[in-house]
Design a protein around this ligand. Structure first.
Ligand code: C5P
Length: 218
């Protein structure tokens, strides 16, 4: 694998709907980083399972991952709650995780030249995908805040769903993501904790920017 030298790599892990994606996007724009929401890859595979239940096996997934484009990952259908729950089920399968790891590692270490580096968010980024990242963050918020944010997001997308249902599915996903045997979500010792419960998007961005600037501008 080719690894670009002297690039800036940012790794973010977080539970569902903690605001990591929003922060990662604004940080990536600010520092000109190639951004990947790794959850979208698991969602993409979950979507394949829901759409083609009969064809769904390792070989089928492999052939789809080979052709995976950023456009596939921005498909709005991947955002539904149903796909999110299914993603947390298929992401427990070792063989599936292995299939997507090389895609993520390549993305992280070999971003296109026009970018200064890369920024990835997910559940195992800080310790599995980019263990040598220049910055590691663990972004979280309390359960109710996360459920409310996801509820608002889904409603904006015209997905008819009740708050109680969203709360239930986030709880379910937390349970699965924190307790699974393979690559469970956890805060590594070398990750900085950012609790976004009482912070605006702008405040989160500024907090992280300050941490990064302190180290890279001197
Ligand atoms: O981040 P998002 O909520 O879209 O992720 C969907 C699911 O994909 C998560 O609940 C988790 O089970 C799985 N995931 C993972 N590892 C990652 C990113 C997501 O297992 N790096």
């Amino acid at each position: 694998m080719i690894k670009r030298k002297n690039i800036l790599k940012i790794a973010i892990d977080s539970p569902a709907a903690a605001g990591a994606g929003t922060i990662a996007k604004s940080i990536s724009i600010h520092y000109n980083l190639f951004y990947l929401d790794t959850g979208k890859i698991y969602r993409f595979i979950a979507y394949l399972k829901l759409k083609y239940p009969k064809k769904f096996n390792q070989k089928f997934i492999k052939s789809k991952i080979k052709l995976l484009s950023m456009r596939d990952l921005s498909d709005k259908r991947l955002l539904s709650d149903e796909v999110g729950i299914e993603a947390s089920i298929i992401s427990k399968v070792k063989g599936i995780r292995k299939l997507v790891h090389s895609f993520q590692i390549n993305f992280a270490y070999n971003p296109p030249r026009k970018y200064r580096g890369s920024c990835l968010d997910g559940r195992d980024i800080t310790y599995k995908i980019i263990p040598d990242a220049d910055f590691k963050f663990y972004i979280t918020a309390n359960l109710k805040t996360r459920a409310l944010r996801r509820y608002k997001e889904l409603n904006l997308l015209n997905k008819k769903i009740k708050y109680q249902e969203v709360l239930k599915s986030i709880k379910k996903r937390d349970k699965s993501d924190f307790n699974r045997k393979i690559s469970p979500l956890r805060k590594t010792k070398d990750s900085l904790l950012i609790n976004t419960t009482n912070l605006t998007k702008r405040a989160c961005f500024l907090k992280i920017k300050k941490i990064i600037d302190r180290k890279i501008i001197n």
